[in-house]
Design a protein around this ligand. Structure first.
Ligand code: GLP
Length: 245
């Protein structure tokens, strides 16, 4: 792919396409340091400003990342997540040959407050497991999850069971729950300082807050989860069908 200076397509945009193409073809592999701004200027006879604009756009889009004082590198591709299947984080990772991981932040029991009572449809003061974990993909932090499960569904839930593996697997195997359906919403938000630290991103980075209310086969709500996903590493994708006449 070349740059056509007489084209109506802005030069910075053409350079973006060139770099994207090279990433796609593997010429610029994941983790590789990009040529310097000067090298791009010389290769295409274009200005530094133009090169900078192309590169900053690709950084914003998550295809590249900068390391202060070192250079610009090719980022791992974003994780594409479907929105129609009720799957666990572990299943999502295994389905794409990525190693799932967990960093346990805390497992404790709390009494449901008014907000959680309403969501989980439980009596005032019902005991809940509150489980907070950082979820990893190939050892890289991807999401922070805070999950509430009414204790009566599985009183024996322990830190050892969820510190390394899947909560859904424990609930299926040990609590004999049939994980049946969920209502899920996604909203945009910004990472707070604590979340940014856990996710290894800059404070105020764009993240996605996902809320899930999950039912078993008897229609009982056994889970309310709030997950914060890295905006630079995730794409949520869904298929749409038009009304057929
Ligand atoms: C997803 C959901 C959570 C759910 C979790 C279970 O990430 N957002 O609601 O608790 O999966 O994942 P795992 O079984 O891997 O612990």
């Amino acid at each position: 792919m070349n740059i056509d200076k007489s084209s109506v397509v802005p030069i910075y945009y053409q350079l973006k396409m060139v770099i994207q193409e090279r990433i796609k073809s593997g010429q610029y592999a994941v983790g590789m340091c990009l040529p310097s701004e000067r090298e791009f200027c010389e290769e295409y006879g274009i200005s530094r400003m133009t090169v900078r604009q192309a590169i900053s756009d690709l950084v914003k889009e998550g295809l590249l990342y900068r390391e202060r004082g070192k250079g610009t590198y090719v980022a791992s591709p974003k994780i594409e997540q479907g929105l129609t299947k009720l799957t666990s984080f572990t299943e999502d990772m295994l389905n794409r040959n990525v190693k799932p991981g967990v960093r346990l932040v805390e497992l404790k029991q709390i009494k449901a407050d008014e907000h959680l009572e309403k969501i989980l449809q439980v009596e005032p003061g019902t005991l809940l497991h509150e489980l907070s974990r950082v979820r990893l993909a190939d050892d890289e932090p991807m999401a922070i999850e805070r999950v509430y499960v009414p204790v009566h569904f599985y009183p024996a839930l322990s830190a050892e069971q969820v510190a390394h593996g899947s909560l859904y697997e424990v609930l299926r195997k040990e609590a004999h729950l049939t994980i049946h359906e969920a209502v899920q919403s996604i909203e945009a938000t910004l990472a707070g300082p604590h979340e940014a630290e856990l996710l290894n991103i800059k404070p105020k980075s764009a993240v996605m807050l996902m809320k899930r209310i999950t039912q078993n086969a008897n229609g009982e709500i056994f889970e309310y989860a709030e997950s914060i996903y890295r905006g630079d590493r995730y794409i949520f994708k869904t298929k749409l069908y038009a009304n057929t006449p």
